[in-house]
Design a protein around this ligand. Structure first.
Ligand code: SF4
Ligand code: SF4
Length: 109
């Protein structure tokens, strides 16, 4: 039987006890727009890669603020840099550039 509908994701709210300010500040230094995100989820809802693999800039940013770099990188690992999320972001964030910076800063080489 084909399954329809939506699944509820676990909460991604920022946990102030886990908040990793130092690590997130590294991103904000080169991408101040990271602070503009209001976690609306438009980028995630319109993501081209999201049809095939779990991809979410919204959750990645929340993950980074919680100090979870691995989760953030995993959620962006299938990004194709198509730029669709940049077009829909209500805060005018250059999300594609932001994703590139996240990969650059946090990627373990
Ligand atoms: S640039 Fe990446 S995150 Fe944004 S819509 Fe395209 S695939 Fe999704
Ligand atoms: S669309 Fe923009 S403001 Fe909304 S969650 Fe994505 S990056 Fe944040």
């Amino acid at each position: 039987m084909v399954e329809f509908g939506f699944k509820l994701s676990p909460s991604s709210r920022i946990n102030l006890d886990l908040r990793d300010k130092a690590s997130f500040s590294k991103l904000v230094e080169i991408e101040p727009d990271a602070l503009k995100c209001m976690a609306c989820g438009s980028c995630t809802a319109s993501c081209s890669a999201g049809i095939f693999e779990e991809t979410s800039l919204r959750s990645a940013l929340l993950g980074l603020q919680n100090g979870d770099k691995e989760k953030a990188l995993k959620l962006l690992s299938h990004c194709m840099f198509c730029g669709k999320c940049t077009m829909v972001c209500p805060r005018g964030i250059n999300t594609r550039h932001l994703i590139l910076s996240i990969n650059k800063i946090y990627q373990v080489r």
